[in-house]
Structure formats: C-alpha cells, structure tokens
Design a protein around this ligand. Structure first.
Ligand code: HEM
Length: 253
C-alpha cells in the first residue's frame, strides 16, 4: 500500500524501514496542509470540540457556564501568546513557516475571546445591561478584559490582505498593539484567579508563567537581541554544514 506513494526512482534494494520512511515523507509532502498547519488547526479547534462534547455529555462541571467562560478565556490567551511567539521563534530557529501561521493563530485567539465575551454577556448575565455595567464597575479585572478585547477588535478587522495594502506602514504600527494586548489580558487573568500576583500568593502560577513568556517574547523582538540571535543561528548553521561536509572532503583528499 505504501508503494503507492513512492516516487518511481526508489531502488528495490532499499530496506523496508527506509521505504516506509520515504513513503511517509512523500505522503506528507503530498498533503494539502503542512504538519504545522494540521497541528495548529487541530489545537485551535480542540477546545471548542471538547467544550461541545462536555456539554453534550453533561461532563462540564457543576457550573458549565463558568467552565466555558474559563476554558474559552484560557484558550484565547494561549493562542494569543502562540501568535506572538511566531516572529521570535523564526528568529531563533529560522523556521519561516511560523510567520505564515501568525495570522491564523491571532484570529483563532480573537474567535475564543469573542466566545468568552458572548458567554459573559449572554449566558452569565442574560444580556441585562444594568447588571453588566454593575459587574464591570465592581470587578476591576473585567475592565482589563474589556480593554484587551477592545484592542483585539481592530486587529481582527484589519487582519486581511486588503487592509495591509490600504494601511501601508500604519498596518504594522496598528498590529503592534498586540504587544500591549497580551500583557493586559494576562493582568485580567491574574486578577481573576484566586491569588495575589503582587504578593506572589495563591494560585498565580499560570498567569505568572504567561507573563514571563510574554516578557521574553517581547525582549526577543528588540532589534539588537534579534540581530544577535540571527548571527548566532547563522554561525551554528555554518558550523553544522562544515561538519557535515568534512568526511566527504577527507575522502576526496
Ligand atoms: C469584554 C471582555 C472580557 C470580559 C467581560 C471577560 C470576562 C471574564 C470573566 C467574568 C472571567 C471569570 C471567569 C470565572 O472565573 O468565573 C474571565 C476570566 C478569564 N478571562 Fe476574560 N473577559 C474578557 C476578555 C478577555 C480576553 C480578551 C482574554 C484573553 C485574550 C480573556 C482571558 C481570560 C482568562 C485567561 C480568564 C481566567 C480563566 C481562569 O479562571 O483560569 N478575557 N473573563
């Protein structure tokens, strides 16, 4: 069956393992999506699928609305951080495909943020606007959530190529807003959970970890740090290429 995927030039004497490996690689190359795309879309949709499954099987805790709110919020922040990580990781690893996935990750983050807000406004507060305003005034962490959400909206609306052309240089400036959005969203997260971020007490592990990762990702974007890592990567690649070529050179001599 695997031979169906084999390129014609593979010699018959190759071992079964190599044939299997080459067939697999050939099959992967023929897929309309790259493995990274499959992993990204799979991860992004997985939470929604799990939430729907949990709802349909009544396994979404005793308070399903709160569970949905928490899970959509957490997934939104995770996807936001992943989209923010694409550029620094390209600098570190030279894996340029990551840059192509940035937009989809950002849009997925916004999709979960929209679901998160809909759950809050509709399911949690029954669209009772006076109650909503009261909650926003009473709970300051909601204000941070709102700020993060409002900053995400123009990014979602202008994420398409046509806006990139229309806005020119301003598009990049506008999309740098995400550098503020992610820390504000983390602040919202940190203030919601039962703990005190400023005194490092309670259940603050996850928001502190997110904060640290975001800080690191922003530092890696600084031009002099980026240049340092690009130079380091080029050197490492050069060294590896040289090492790989050495036995061949010895034989030639
Ligand atoms: C208008 C905007 C927003 C509102 C009204 C809002 C509302 C809420 C509420 C009520 C909770 C508490 C859930 C609970 O513990 O019962 C919460 C938690 C959370 N929200 Fe938001 N949120 C907003 C925007 C955002 C955005 C933009 C993000 C991320 C990008 C986000 C991420 C989170 C996270 C990670 C949690 C904590 C989940 C946990 O307890 O582990 N929120 N939000």
């Amino acid at each position: 069956m695997w031979n169906l995927f084999l390129p014609e030039r593979v010699p018959h004497r190759l071992s079964g393992y190599i044939i299997l490996k080459m067939s697999f690689i050939h099959w992967i190359k023929k897929l309309p999506y790259t493995p990274l795309q499959i992993a990204m879309h799979g991860y992004a949709w997985s939470e929604l699928v799990l939430i729907i499954y949990g709802l349909s099987t009544h396994h979404l805790t005793a308070n399903p609305i709160q569970a949905m709110e928490i899970r959509t919020g957490r997934h939104a922040i995770a996807l936001l951080v992943l989209s923010l990580a694409c550029t620094p990781l390209t600098t570190l690893l030279g894996w340029r495909e990551l840059l192509k996935r940035r937009r989809a990750l950002g849009l997925y983050a916004i999709m979960y943020a929209v679901l998160h807000v809909i759950i809050f406004v509709d399911l949690n507060n029954g669209l009772a606007w006076s109650l909503l305003i009261q909650t926003v005034i009473q709970k300051s962490y909601i204000l941070y959530g709102m700020a993060a959400f409002l900053l995400l909206i123009p990014l979602a609306m202008t994420s398409f190529d046509i806006w990139k052309v229309r806005l020119g240089k301003n598009w990049k400036r506008l999309h740098q807003v995400v550098y503020f959005t992610a820390p504000i969203a983390v602040l919202h997260y940190a203030m919601d959970i039962k703990g005190d971020v400023f005194h490092f007490s309670g259940n603050i592990g996850a928001p502190v970890a997110y904060g640290a990762v975001i800080a690191l990702l922003l530092i890696l974007r600084l031009p002099f740090i980026r240049k340092f890592f690009v130079a380091l990567r080029t050197r490492i690649v050069f060294l590896f290429t040289k090492m790989a070529q050495r036995p061949q050179t010895d034989r030639e001599q």
